[in-house]
Design a protein around this ligand. Structure first.
Ligand code: SF4
Ligand code: SF4
Length: 194
């Protein structure tokens, strides 16, 4: 039987299997959340999120899969752990965000932002060079996101890039890292278990 919930967006489907999957992947006791909002009050990324962390958790509890996976919240999350530190019920919200990214990628959900592309580009750089290669990341992301066609933003990024280079924060060449083969192996293994 399909359970529906009437929300401010109309009738929405509730998917208990989604809630279960998030809890299993994140090893989190989401049922403990009593909406005290301590997590969202300290979240540095909340102002950019479609839903602050406490609201997202409530929607996961309710199984509002589509609304959760189409939101930008878990892509924006910085994994800073502030929320988990403040939570009185020891809910590992960062692991919940990780679980949502995994499910979104598994299901090919792209959401409404370019953040999944940024994440994929970031991980590709780590896989190829052993750690993030900022200049490569900027170039690849700028091309594939279509930002290359936005001249104003391009100029702004170029000016910022030059400033960073002058301060030694941006290297021209990729980093030299030991153990690149092992890092690639980690990626191979994680793609098999994902
Ligand atoms: S880990 Fe993510 S959700 Fe938690 S406070 Fe940091 S940015 Fe916000
Ligand atoms: S701090 Fe913990 S209990 Fe409070 S709303 Fe956030 S997740 Fe729920």
């Amino acid at each position: 039987m399909t359970v529906q919930l009437v929300t401010e967006k109309g009738k929405e489907k509730c998917d208990p299997a989604f809630t279960k999957e998030v809890m299993e992947r994140s090893h989190s006791h989401l049922e403990r959340c009593y909406q005290c909002i301590a997590c969202s009050s300290g979240c540095p990324g909340a102002y950019q999120m479609d839903y602050p962390p406490h609201q997202l958790l409530r929607m996961v509890q309710l199984g509002l899969k589509d609304r959760v996976l189409d939101s930008n919240t878990f892509w924006i999350c910085l994994s800073c752990e502030t929320c988990a530190t403040r939570c009185p019920n020891d809910i590992e919200i960062v692991l919940v965000m990780d679980a949502l990214r995994e499910i979104a990628l598994k299901e090919g959900r792209k959401g409404t932002t370019k953040l999944p592309l940024f994440h994929a580009t970031f991980l590709y750089m780590v896989k190829m060079f052993g750690k993030v290669y900022e200049l490569g990341l900027i170039l690849v992301y700028t091309i594939f996101s279509g930002n290359i066609l936005k001249l104003k933003g391009l100029m702004r990024d170029a000016v910022l890039g030059v400033k960073m280079f002058m301060r030694g924060k941006l290297a021209i060449l990729p980093p030299r890292v030991k153990g690149k083969a092992q890092i690639k192996r980690i990626f191979q293994l994680s793609s098999k278990t994902g």
